[in-house]
Design a binder for this molecule. Structure first.
Ligand SMILES: C[S@@+](CC[C@H](N)C(=O)[O-])C[C@H]1O[C@@H](n2cnc3c(N)ncnc32)[C@H](O)[C@@H]1O
Length: 666
């Protein structure tokens, strides 16, 4: 591999200046590419890879968990496939059924009666029994929350000490002032712990009957209910309507004696804020934690991060999205502990907790010694948090599973799996999986190459073949692995060649990749791609597809924050200053869009021409530059020609963790 090769690299900050200078009208380009538009529908693709939380039979909730805040383990090991022969049709409605040991996706509209009919009928009864007029909705909708920006809004606490126990006895609460943001005494002597009902006006209503009229009654039924299976719906309803559960949101964490106070440097920003019965909650985006770890935290926990709250209030962009009580049961601290505690090599394995068990806890909360009561409360809190996590985990599985099905509709082979055993994030938003380049009508790509080779057979050792343009007799070996270096252009045979298409040794990229891959969540840096099988050195792995856009369009997107240089590739070859188009993978792409950078990458980018010889429109094809083993993360060197000094300018730390890491990213 030549050091001075200038293979396609992501757009860099330096490039941006060049592009702005070069930003002449490129829309009239007559260069052409001919994407292989073979969108084969992959019926019956079953992907067993998405792991479900598997329940054990026992109620095995652990409390007093001592874990570090950082997740140490990362599940990069490819998960075991279950031997499930049953296929889901794309038209089938899939739901998740939990059984003793495992959870499988089942076809609920098949005829084989293998669904748990009791669950379905109880779901039916449950949904029928919700009377939108008389019954309270399951969700705490926005009417429960006040605008946090009013003048009487949360005053910031003056003194962190106030967050400690105020009477050195069993009280867990702190109170600050009359107006706002106060922690309620959860073990006060008047015994009204379970009395509090959350009302839209913020006032308490003691011992209110769940079915009586109140201001929540006019809220519509949350549509999420209609997407749940019976168990999920039962849990969802229980958690969001049980008065005892609601009262728990007033309590400081019972995992710890003291409130967990996060450091301001752990926080990127506050993205949302709500009031619930005079308590302030803020949705936090954590540094080095992905969106799947955004959590609602109480003001007290954010005491040391008040400047982020100021920033948030300045922006005043509180969203009106509904949240439910289960979100409030899951602080980052708790999610981290539960992930640490229940992680297996295949994902999370959460214990089975029934609603009846929870009732048992509630009924016995006041019994026994003080220590026993405290322990029960901690166990209850732990159980409620685990139930909440399991709920979100299951809805996450459903969403990821749907994404996986959608992806495989477009790829006949290989199968692309999707996995997230790291956090609660679902499929990336605003991203569509595509099998090939996409571009609008401004970009004209002729697809009829003027001439082809006249080889009689398979183009092996033929000095008159298209591959001669590459300067080599053979670009690919007998196994169809690449022989040349990345700085060598590759010209494959095409439709105007005389060779026998099925036997030709000079057609590899156009026939597609044979590698099964997995898009998965890694601890750092977010989504990634890995291989599910061994890959030979030189083997073709995939093409970087996305939207082909002009420089003008690219600049427009950049200015409007519609794209980022991190997700774009220049379509240049050996001339970084001479390119007309860019591949933007921000919103459209395939698994290559999730490939992270490594200073010792295992994939190299090649420029491959097939039906179009237009200079500016090569395919960006990825080939293995060494043997890659099943389960290994796939990586590209984004900055192959960049010096450490030029990378340093960005100040962004590279997270590839390789021995020869250049240290910086972009
Ligand atoms: C093409 S995307 C790769 C997928 C990305 N990890 C995600 O979650 O969508 C490139 C982005 O991933 C992150 N990234 C990839 N490799 C990295 C590395 N070695 N060090 C730090 N960040 C990296 C950066 O945020 C970069 O903007």
């Amino acid at each position: 591999m030549s050091d001075d090769s200038d293979n396609s690299t992501p757009i860099t900050h330096e490039d941006l200046d060049i592009m702005r200078l070069n930003n002449s009208d490129v829309t009239s380009s007559s260069d052409v590419i001919n994407p292989q538009a073979t969108n084969t529908i992959n019926n019956g693709s079953t992907n067993d890879n998405i792991q479900n939380s598997s329940y054990s039979n026992s109620l095995a909730v652990k409390t007093n968990i001592i874990c570090s805040d950082n997740q140490k383990s990362e599940c990069d090991i490819p998960s075991k496939n279950k031997n499930d022969n049953e296929s889901l049709d794309h038209n089938d409605t899939a739901i998740l059924i939990s059984d003793d040991n495992d959870s499988d996706w089942e076809d609920i509209d098949d005829n084989d009666n293998d669904i748990n009919n009791d669950l379905l009928s109880s779901l039916g009864n449950f949904l029928e029994n919700i009377n939108p007029i008389n019954d309270p909705p399951c969700l705490i909708d926005d009417s429960d929350w006040k605008d946090i920006d009013k003048n009487h809004d949360t005053p910031l606490l003056n003194d962190g000490n106030k967050l400690k126990n105020i009477d050195n006895q069993s009280d867990t609460s702190v109170l600050t002032d009359d107006n706002d943001s106060d922690w309620v005494d959860i073990d006060d002597i008047d015994g009204d712990n379970n009395d509090t009902v959350l009302l839209s006006d913020g006032s308490d209503s003691k011992d209110k009957d769940a079915s009586s009229n109140n201001s929540e009654n006019n809220s519509p039924i949350d549509p999420i209910l209609l997407t749940l299976n019976a168990e999920q719906a039962r849990l969802y309803f229980f958690m969001n309507s049980h008065l005892g559960v609601k009262s728990f949101i007033h309590e400081p964490s019972t995992f710890d004696d003291n409130i967990v106070m996060y450091d301001k440097n752990e926080i990127v920003e506050i993205v949302d804020g709500r009031y619930i019965k005079d308590k302030s909650f803020y949705l936090v985006k954590w540094r080095n934690w992905s969106l799947g770890f955004n959590t609602w935290e109480r003001f007290g926990s954010l005491y040391k991060a008040q400047e982020h709250i100021f920033e948030f209030k300045k922006k005043k962009h509180s969203s009106n999205k509904s949240i439910n009580i289960m979100h409030l049961m899951l602080t980052r601290h708790i999610i981290t502990q539960l992930f640490e505690l229940f992680r297996t090599s295949n994902g999370l394995s959460l214990p089975m907790i029934s609603i009846e068990d929870i009732y048992g806890f509630f009924n016995n909360l006041g019994n026994g010694t003080e220590d026993q009561q405290k322990l029960r409360k901690m166990s209850l809190r732990s159980n409620l948090s685990t139930l909440s996590l399991d709920f979100f985990r299951q809805t996450q599985f459903r969403d990821l599973r749907q994404w996986e099905i959608n992806i495989n509709v477009f790829s006949s082979k290989p199968k692309v799996k999707v996995e997230n055993n790291i956090d609660l994030e679902g499929p990336p938003e605003n991203f569509a999986y595509i099998p090939n380049y996409t571009y609008d009508s401004k970009i004209i790509i002729p697809d009829n190459p003027p001439s082809g080779c006249i080889c009689k057979k398979n183009c092996l050792f033929s000095s008159n073949c298209c591959n001669k343009l590459s300067g080599e007799v053979n670009v690919y070996d007998l196994e169809k692995n690449i022989l040349v270096a990345p700085d060598c252009p590759v010209f494959e045979c095409h439709e105007n060649c005389k060779c026998i298409m099925t036997n030709c040794f000079n057609r590899v990229v156009q026939n597609g990749s044979k590698v099964d891959v997995c898009i998965y969540k890694s601890r750092f840096p977010g989504w990634a791609s890995k291989t599910c099988q061994n890959i030979e050195m030189g083997q073709f792995v995939g093409i970087c597809v996305g939207e082909i856009i002009t420089l003008k369009e690219f600049n427009r997107r950049l200015q409007n924050s519609l794209t980022s240089i991190d997700f774009t590739w220049k379509l240049d070859f050996n001339d970084a200053n001479n390119f007309k188009c860019i591949v933007d993978c921000t919103n459209y792409g395939n698994f290559t869009r999730f490939i992270n950078h490594s200073c010792e990458a295992n994939l190299s980018i090649y420029h491959v021409w097939i039906s179009s010889l237009g200079t500016y429109f090569p395919h960006l094809a990825l080939f293995a530059n060494r043997k890659i083993y099943a389960g290994e993360q796939l990586t590209i060197d984004y900055f192959i020609n960049r010096s450490v000094d030029s990378l340093k300018k960005s100040g962004i730390k590279c997270q590839c963790e390789m021995k020869n890491c250049k240290g910086y990213f972009f």
